[in-house]
Design a protein around this ligand. Sequence first.
Ligand SMILES: Nc1ncnc2c1ncn2[C@@H]1O[C@H](COP(=O)(O)OP(=O)(O)OP(=O)(O)O)[C@@H](O)[C@H]1O
Ligand SMILES: [Mg+2]
Length: 378
Amino acid sequence: MPQLCENSPFESAFVTLKLTSADFTGSENITRYSYRELVRATSNFDHKIGEGGYGPVYKGALKDGTAIAVKVLSLHSRQGAKEFLNELLAISDVAHENLVKLYGCCVEGNHRILVYNYLENNSLAHTLLGSGHSNIQFNWRTRVNICIGVAQGLAFLHDSVRPHIVHRDIKASNILLDKDLTPKISDFGLAKLLPSDVSHVSTRVAGTLGYLAPEYAIRGQVTRKADVYSYGVLLIEIVSGRCNTDTKLPYDDQILLEKTWRYYDQGNLEEIIDSSLGEDLDIDEACRFLKVGLLCTQDVTKRRPGMSAVVAMLRGEADVGTEIISKPDVIRDFRDLKVRSRATSSTLLTSIMARSSLLSSEETTRTSITFTAISERD
Ligand SMILES: Nc1ncnc2c1ncn2[C@@H]1O[C@H](COP(=O)(O)OP(=O)(O)OP(=O)(O)O)[C@@H](O)[C@H]1O
Ligand SMILES: [Mg+2]
């Protein structure tokens, strides 16, 4: 019988869910922490390390000294404890060198909290693509390891986990680095924890438009190939050392993917490679990686390789079929998305609600987008 609320100081403050052992059938593998335990582990949620679309993340330590990252899900329309645990169960056993380890959760009263392994070197968004506060030297070999590691983690989710998991939110802030700079994909499976919560979906999607496969953004189609698209964008970011979208640049240079295609088309792809890379740069290898990125971001989903094929191409174990690379499709901004969504048929799965009528790329993080339906078609 699960002992959920045994230590909760909040039993009187919240309507404690009446949970029976039947509610948790099959979820024995998830370590469940009491809220009081996590208050203690985080010194009363004292050290906030960041905040994403799901809520704030705090650093803490378990009794044995293990460092943890505690993600407090801010749920406006909550899933019941049973559904929440069932979804969590689906990801609790998923373990791989390139995935962040989920230690457990706290489901107590209204609290929905996830406890992860703490990773020392933050995310690629903060370090490689951040505004210059990182001391990490991302030389070419390090970048190769990161690109291949992320591809391996994603290939594992797509091809080894049954049923397969589509991440839906591959981007630089979801690639965390451990003390040895081994990349770990975070937040896999989370999309399913909050299926009906518009505000969380909106914040996350709006902040990461540049990574979204057009068929996902426009028609809400979630397949493994949508992750492949996002991975392709990330791969090109890592090789070039810049974010996919940079609205401070001249218009033609703002979208890295468009610029990469242009250079590829003109036969001088090496121009895209990060100029700060030093002696260990292997230009041929870097160009191969960029071509794989272009393969992954092609408009026609069938033309995008699967992630296991991507791993083989990055490792040089399979050819990069340059003859079939076609121009990437890019959703530039919310105006573009809106126009294209309108142009689709009445079976449109995506509806868009712009809170602001004056949309610019900088404002997209405040823009709301609602997926009225999500289809798994892979
Ligand atoms: N396991 C972890 N170890 C160390 N830092 C973490 C861990 N998980 C998250 N963080 C940090 O916490 C911050 C917020 O992460 P979070 O995943 O909530 O937001 P995000 O990735 O920016 O956006 P999204 O909600 O779309 O995933 C990030 O800066 C991330 O680096
Ligand atoms: Mg994240």
